[in-house]
Design a protein around this ligand. Structure first.
Ligand code: 6PG
Length: 266
C-alpha cells in the first residue's frame, strides 16, 4: 500500500499504487471480516453495490479465497439496486452474478435480490420486509442503538458527484430517517428507478468500505474526507459515518490525488 492513515471521524484511508494492489487488499479485507463474523455469529451478512466495485472484488474468486472463504455462510444483499429485470444489462444483481456469485459456492438461497417484477416503491417495501424477517431471526444482526439492521459489511462505490448507493446529492431521501430501504424514480445516473438502503442503515453497519478509483472522483474524495467548508457537509459520501462501526476508504492514487495529505504516513 502506498499510504494509509486515519482521518479523525472520516475513517481509515488506504491508498494504493494501482488497481491490482487495491484488489488484493480489498479481497484480504473482505476475507478477514468474513472469517471474524463467521467465528462470532456463524454467518457473514454483506451488502454490495453496483459499478466498478464488483470488478475490483474479482480476486475473491481466485486462490486462496475461492477455497478458504466460508462461502456457505455468506448472505448477500444489495445496498442499492436498479429496478430493472434481473437479466437486464443494468441490473446490479446480474453484474454481481456474472462477475462474482457464479464463480464461488455461495448458496442461491442466501442471495437476497430484489423483486424485479413490481414498481420501485413496491420493490423497496418488499426488500425492507425481507430484511426485517432476517433481522427477526438474527441472521442479520441488529444495532444496539437503533432498531436498524447491522450488516457485517456494506460495500459502496462512489460517483464523481459524491453519491453512494443510490443516495444522490440534494435528494430528499438523504433525510429519510424511518425507512430502511427506500426508492427513487429520478436518479441522475441511468437508469432512473432504483431502491437504496437509507443512511441510518448504512451508518448502523459493523463495517462500511467505500471503494473509489480514478481521477474523475478525486475532487469528491477530497470533499468527502478532508476538512472542508460547511457547504460540503451534505455530500452523500460525507454522510457515511458508521455510528459504532468502522469506515474504510479503498482508494487508488488517482482518486486520492486531491487529498490534503497531512494525515498520511508512508
Ligand atoms: C449503482 C451503484 C452506484 C455505484 C457508483 C459508483 O447502481 O449505480 O450502486 O452507487 O456504486 O455510481 O460506480 P462506479 O464505480 O462504476 O463509478
Amino acid at each position: 500500500m502506498a499510504h494509509s492513515g486515519v482521518h479523525k471521524d472520516r475513517g481509515e484511508l488506504r491508498i494504493h499504487e494501482n488497481l491490482d494492489e487495491l484488489g488484493t487488499d480489498l479481497a484480504e479485507y473482505i476475507a478477514e471480516l468474513s472469517e471474524a463474523s463467521v467465528k462470532e455469529r456463524g454467518v457473514f451478512t454483506i451488502a454490495i453495490s453496483g459499478g466498478s466495485l464488483i470488478g475490483l472484488m474479482g480476486r475473491l474468486c481466485e486462490a486462496p479465497y475461492n477455497k478458504t472463504v466460508d462461502w456457505a455462510k455468506w448472505y448477500i444483499f444489495w445496498a442499492d439496486e436498479r429496478v430493472v429485470a434481473k437479466t437486464h444489462a443494468d441490473s446490479n444483481y446480474k453484474l454481481a452474478k456474472d462477475g462474482l456469485l457464479s464463480k464461488v459456492p455461495v448458496l442461491p438461497s442466501h442471495v437476497n435480490s430484489i423483486n424485479d417484477s413490481v414498481s420501485a416503491e413496491e420493490a423497496a417495501d418488499d426488500y425492507e420486509f425481507h430484511v426485517r424477517q432476517l433481522v427477526k431471526t438474527r441472521t442479520i444482526n441488529v444495532s444496539d442503538i437503533s432498531d436498524c439492521p447491522k450488516f457485517d459489511l456494506i460495500l459502496l462505490g462512489m460517483g464523481p458527484d459524491g453519491h453512494v448507493a443510490s443516495l444522490f446529492p440534494n435528494h430528499p431521501v438523504l433525510d429519510e430517517k424511518d425507512e430502511w430501504v427506500t426508492f427513487i424514480t429520478d436518479s441522475p445516473k441511468s437508469p432512473p428507478e432504483r431502491i437504496t438502503f437509507t443512511l441510518p442503515v448504512i451508518n448502523s453497519a459493523s463495517n462500511v468500505a467505500v471503494v473509489v478509483t480514478g481521477e474523475s472522483k478525486a475532487e469528491a474524495v477530497h470533499l468527502a474526507t478532508d476538512d472542508v467548508g460547511a457547504d460540503c457537509l451534505s455530500l452523500p459520501a460525507r454522510l457515511v459515518r458508521p455510528v459504532r462501526g468502522k469506515l474504510v476508504w479503498f482508494l487508488d492514487k488517482l482518486a486520492a490525488s486531491k487529498l490534503d495529505g497531512s494525515q498520511f504516513s508512508e
